[in-house]
Design a protein around this ligand. Structure first.
Ligand SMILES: [Zn+2]
Length: 473
């Protein structure tokens, strides 16, 4: 990894503080919209670094924004800090070992995500001040990426309306520019109401809401054969109607998560799922109420920004992991299957290599990737402003997302090196956009051309507000 550019030296100068921030957040895992301590840590760090702080962005208690610099273009760098349930794990141990407590863990690496993004923003701030340049840099601390779609609500509230470009990243097995492909999705709760009765003495008087949900699921499962191949539908019971089998379940509720390649495809699929829910209600003489919880858009690409970020990565070279980093990564790999590891290579279009448990390359921009698609609320930001995302190598190749193995690696020296490395790639890209008006103009023209083909329509219905209490349910 080269270090001969001033912006990268500014990243290095502050790396210690941000590694500590990341480790502290790792140690206080909090769920979707309940990231009060993590957000307080980020807010305190923004203040300590001299940013002008705006709390409760878009009315969300755990969203924060810090700005520095004057006039000029506005560059947003997006961070996250939410954790996941069921992924508690001791650090630095290559076997499942949950820590005492509620069982939450940073199984998606968002402790690193937030810290590296704020480190990049801090380095850009310091560069602007030292060189007397015009331009503003902002760090957006965005909560609830895991199922809360906070960025979509922030976009709808106008939080990015004066932003010129946005930059973000995600922890990964490999370093490179993230392919701008993700699925649009929506979460809808279907609540069925029937009529309770004694299941033996008066079954004919009961109308089962649980039956309705089961029939709805059967209907949706039959539909799977007839939907676009990259669409996905998942569901979870929120209320199965109680624990008494001798009571006809008068109320039951299920959450559906529906994903598709883009919003028009998603909307068609939602209509079909709603019809199936109505059909199940008709069959069981129950009623159904559907309520959208959250929704995100697919990602919109931006070719000029992707090229600019790739140039930064090429100048930087891959992260420099050492023998101890590789030894622990090899221990983690021993807990994975061949298929886990092969999938990780295939995903980024590289040929599997033996003896390299950690990334030692920059993934080429034109690699023939086979992305396994999830969804991200960065999608909505990418429709609002030209957006580019890095992937930064922080863990053993083949580590599944949302796994105890990922939590276990979240505050290892390799993760810290990955954090600093990707902060340099993002800070360099931000600086390019601030100092090169042509790049900014090209990024905006690219964005406008894409919007012209398919204008942005916010997927979150107007009457839906951020589900701030969702983790307390
Ligand atoms: Zn994530």
């Amino acid at each position: 990894m080269r270090n001969d550019e001033e912006i990268w030296r500014l990243v290095d100068a502050k790396q210690g503080d941000f590694i500590e921030l990341s480790d502290r957040v790792w140690g206080m895992p909090e769920l979707c919209y309940a990231e009060h301590r993590s957000c307080a840590e980020h807010t305190a760090m923004l203040e300590a670094q001299g940013f002008r702080v705006t709390r409760e962005v878009a009315g969300i208690p755990t969203a924060v924004m810090g700005e520095a610099g004057d006039e000029g273009p506005v560059i947003a760098i997006l961070g996250e800090y939410d954790a996941l349930p069921g992924l508690s794990q001791e650090a630095g141990v290559a076997e499942p070992k949950p820590l005492p407590g509620p069982g939450y863990g940073h199984g998606c690496g968002h402790n690193l995500l937030g810290s590296a993004s704020m480190l990049a923003a801090t380095a850009v701030k310091d560069y602007l001040a030292k060189n007397g340049l015009k331009g503003r840099v902002r760090y957006y601390g965005c909560p609830a990426e895991e199922g809360g779609a906070a960025k979509g609500f922030m976009v709808r509230d106008g939080a990015f309306k004066d932003v010129d470009i946005a930059i973000s990243w995600h922890p990964a097995a490999f370093s490179g520019v993230n392919e701008p492909v993700s699925l649009a999705n929506t979460r809808i709760d279907f609540a069925f109401t029937g009529r309770s009765s004694h299941a033996a003495a008066a079954p004919h008087l009961g109308r089962s809401a649980l039956d309705a949900i089961e029939l709805m699921n059967v209907g949706v499962n039959y539909m799977r054969e007839h939907m676009p191949s990259d669409a996905r539908i998942h569901y979870a019971y929120l209320d199965a109607g109680g624990i008494a089998p001798n009571v006809v379940q008068g109320f039951a509720k299920i959450r559906y998560l529906i994903r598709a390649r883009n919003l028009p495809e998603l909307n068609r699929l939602i209509e079909r799922v709603r019809k199936i829910a109505d059909g199940a209600a008709l069959m069981t003489e129950t009623t159904v109420e559907a309520k959208v919880v959250s929704a995100v858009s697919n990602l919109l690409a931006n070719t000029p920004l992707e090229k600019a970020m790739y140039d930064n990565y090429l100048r930087l070279g891959p992260p420099e992991f050492d023998a101890a980093d590789r030894a622990f990564a090899a221990e983690i790999q021993a807990t994975l299957s061949e298929e886990d590891i092969e999938t990780a290579y295939r995903k980024v279009g590289l040929t599997p290599k033996d003896g390299t448990p950690l990334c030692d390359v920059i993934v080429p921009l034109d690699a023939k990737t086979a992305p396994m698609m999830g969804s991200t609320d960065v999608g909505d930001v990418s429709w609002a402003v030209p957006t580019v995302q890095a992937r930064g190598a922080t863990y053993a190749i083949g580590t599944p997302g949302h796994s105890w193995q990922l939590t276990a690696q979240g505050k290892m020296p390799a993760a810290h090196k990955g954090l600093v490395h990707v902060a340099k790639a993002m800070a360099g890209t931000a600086l390019d956009a601030l100092t090169n008006p042509d790049l900014l103009a090209q990024a905006k023209a690219d964005h406008q051309a894409r919007l012209k083909r398919s204008p942005y329509v916010c997927p979150i219905p107007d009457d839906v507000t951020p589900p701030i209490g969702m983790s307390a349910d």
